[in-house]
Design a protein around this ligand. Structure first.
Ligand SMILES: NC(=O)c1ccc[n+]([C@@H]2O[C@H](COP(=O)([O-])OP(=O)(O)OC[C@H]3O[C@@H](n4cnc5c(N)ncnc54)[C@H](OP(=O)(O)O)[C@@H]3O)[C@@H](O)[C@H]2O)c1
Length: 309
């Protein structure tokens, strides 16, 4: 049987790049991004701005994908708050145009966020109604609606992940690692909760979702609900770092442009039920993250004993 063709938007972002590397083992992957490809193995990439309608149409036509995984977004929560029009254009309008360009019957996978909830209860399920506090969350909910209204053949995956990026933007996990490594003070909230998943663990589980007949809305995060502070302590423990530079703080003490939700934790029980896959334990995910630190993108997630020296 021939390999499916998968088009990945935002292919040079944190998740998109790991999806490119992970899926290229079993699919014909083509990435699209306005930034250059940074992986160690050359993969098929189209470079351009998907907000330009002609480029978007031509990309989908030329690639003729069986599956589109839409990762391109404006993910900077404060930037979204400052410029709502830009946020809606990037996260909602672009999604609408993309999903309408995808030929009928092809699967669209939309990456969404734990930031769609009000954040006043733990472990939100797919049945809980979204009620976003931030412009980012609202624009992503609009993106979800555009997908649902346009095609039944979709997966909407709400998540929250960490990993090693291209370095162009510093992600939360990278910022925390550097603070621990250099013993720089890092204030981490004890009243902000999430269910983080290492990006390689996420890619492996997304692959299982793609292999099955599942459609609709799925939450996919890590196994444990942790405060940001607890996550920092676990990373320190996993890396053998001193915890002396970690300070416990409260979200209420730090002014923020966006009124971020306090409890972003997701219940991923539906995912477990649908696929039979387990969810990664936080310590194991962090150990993989730390092991992958100096590995090229294509080797990430590989057990040490399976690697060629
Ligand atoms: N990171 C998380 O923990 C998290 C949590 C929940 C959900 N998500 C969702 O997961 C998806 C991937 O997130 P990520 O953290 O991997 O994002 P990311 O690192 O910011 O990557 C997104 C990529 O898409 C590119 N892009 C955006 N708009 C584009 C356009 N119009 N044309 C071409 N390229 C464009 C970005 O380029 P620029 O950088 O130049 O804009 C960037 O390279 C997003 O949909 C996000 O909302 C992320």
């Amino acid at each position: 049987m021939s390999k499916p063709t998968v088009l990945i938007t935002g292919a040079c972002g944190l998740l998109g790049a790991h999806l490119m590397a992970g899926l290229s083992r079993q699919a014909h992957v083509v990435g699209v991004d306005r930034n250059p490809w940074w992986g160690d193995v050359p993969l098929e990439m189209l470079r351009g701005d998907l907000a330009e309608p002609d480029f978007l149409q031509e990309t989908v036509r030329a690639v003729a994908p069986d599956i589109v995984i839409h990762c391109a977004a404006l993910t900077d929560v404060d930037a979204c708050e400052q410029d709502p029009a830009r946020a809606y254009a990037a996260n909602a309008t672009l999604t609408r145009h993309l999903v309408r360009a995808v030929p009928e019957g092809r699967l669209t996978v939309y990456l969404s966020t734990d930031g769609v909830f009000q954040g006043n209860q733990p472990l939100a399920t797919e049945q809980d109604p979204p009620c976003p506090r931030t412009v980012y969350g609202r624009s992503k909910v609009h993106g979800e609606w555009d997908v649902v209204l346009t095609t039944r053949n979709h997966l909407i995956v709400r998540t929250n992940f960490y990993g090693w990026s291209s370095g162009r933007k510093t992600t939360f996990g990278e910022w925390l690692y550097r603070a621990l490594e250099h013993r720089e003070p890092a204030t981490l909230f004890t009243d902000c909760f999430f269910t983080p998943i290492y990006v390689v663990d996420l890619v492996e589980r997304l692959t299982r979702l793609l292999e099955g007949p599942f459609r609709g809305l799925v939450h996919l995060g890590g196994r444990e609900r942790l405060s940001k502070h607890a996550f920092g302590l676990l990373m320190a423990e996993a890396g053998g770092f001193s915890t002396a530079s970690i300070r416990a703080g409260s979200m209420d003490q730090v002014p923020s442009k966006a009124q971020r939700p306090k409890d972003m934790s997701l219940s991923s029980e539906r995912f477990v039920h649908l696929t039979g896959c387990d969810l990664p334990e936080a310590r194991a995910g962090l150990r993989r993250f730390l092991d992958d630190r100096n590995r090229p993108l294509s080797a990430r997630g590989t057990p040490a004993e399976a690697r060629v020296a």
